[in-house]
Ligand binder design. Sequence first.
Ligand code: HEM
Length: 522
Amino acid sequence: MEKHGSESYFVVGEGLLAESSNGRTVASAAQAAPPFRFSRMGPKGAGKQLGEPNRTKLGALMAAGGGETSAIPSGYTYLGQFIDHDLTFDKTNVMLGTQINPSVLLQARSPSLDLDSLYGAGPQDPESAKFYEADGTHLKLGKTVAADGIPAKNGFDLPRGAGSSQKAKRKAIIPDPRNDENLAVAQTHLAMARFHNRVLDTLPGSVPAAQKFATARELVTKHYQWMIRTDYLPRICRPSAVNNVFNQGRKVFEVGATPTDVPTMPIEFSVAAFRLGHSMIRASYNWNKIFDGGSGSLELLFTFSATGGNLGGDLHLPSNWIADFRRLYDFKEAGHNALGVPAGKFNFAKAIDTRIVDPLRDLPPATFGGSGIPSGDPQRNLAFRNLTRGRMVRLATGQQMATFMKSKGVNFPTLTKAQIRDGKGGVVLDTLTTKQRDKVLRDTPLWFYVLREAELNGGQLRGVGARIVAETMHRAMEGSTHSIVRDTAFRPSLGPNATTFRMADLLFFAFEGKKTLLAPVG
Ligand code: HEM
């Protein structure tokens, strides 16, 4: 994974920690009081971790494919990945498997939902100016290359073209290269950039020029948070669990924190619960009119990005790969019937359960920054990697987290051993040895536990998983520079009414409600 060593950051509660134009360090977060740290929400899982043979076997079972399809549109999978990259960025080059203390896992990005993965440190920052147009307010967009009879199109690829080598020219000019790890997350990033530009273009003339950027950024960030709280979260988590946290407050994470203090990033979220998104990924998509009928494979979505692939050999995205957002989000649900597609063309995410699709058993090494690891090596298996990270930080087990949360007054049913063993349509543990299986049922890795909870709850997080996700998101919004948790009077103004702002509404606004922009390939 790429580092961002030279970048500067806006640190909530501290201001901009940046290099001045003459290259001197203005302030160093690391020297003062390092504000960006992972933290531990629950107890340590010392002595509770699975050994390597068990992790290898369980990882292989989890990544064997299969599993149900959900009722969640596939766009939300990659929206989740985009949100994750906004929240978490592990830039420490620790080797997988090394025992490390979470306090040394410095957060390279602020664990808040402030879109620093889109804005960098803002247009005034020398290192981030490259993400912006010459006017210093609009985010740069890129141009596709003609393909399949579709002409080159401005504004449908990420901006690229800096540097001299082919690889450097291909590289997206965005703050976080992980947002070009696959085409679906790249097009999500592009949509967010367009959203910002459109908000900017539609600001009332009364906003003074010098305040346009800041005004747009605040509007964008608050609408984005509103959408996460009211649309994204209740799709992936049991809505009552989300409402409980947002209406009654947190019970387990940074309870009573001064709202504007820098939040930390709980490893239980980063290493386990929010990796739920890995189980939503499909092996193939009805991507657009050209790559239809499942021919938009996950493998090709990697290929047509520049971090996970090489844009198929071109220097820009070929036009025939531009997303058809109508196939990824339900515009009919948002009242735009003309933007619906026939049911057979729509992509639903895989259900949140203990299974992940088998292309993730053999990740392209570029997706995790490891080259030279041969195909078939467990290190290329995303499930094994997730389980191994858990061991590395001595993550609490599912059972430990359940006990801990209950002691804090959160009520939910704890999974029984039989439920963990049998699940519902998920991984079957029969091929583990009795000893291995007993260990998994007694000290269940948190990621597995959270996925079993969801599997037994019709594909939505509940219990331990829902609480970790909802509390972390709540705190991340609370601690953001712009925050709908602190600004309780905020209501969305860019959607259909003052309470509704879904991802489909965001896209509708960003792409001016036009089919020619939301689905230019058709
Ligand atoms: C094709 C899509 C995706 C791929 C290839 C992918 C791959 C990866 C890889 C390789 C890692 C690092 C694994 C390690 O610890 O060594 C990772 C981390 C992570 N992923 Fe994904 N992922 C994808 C989608 C998602 C989605 C949809 C979500 C959530 C909704 C998600 C959440 C996370 C989280 C929370 C981490 C930990 C990040 C950190 O601590 O910095 N990922 N992913």
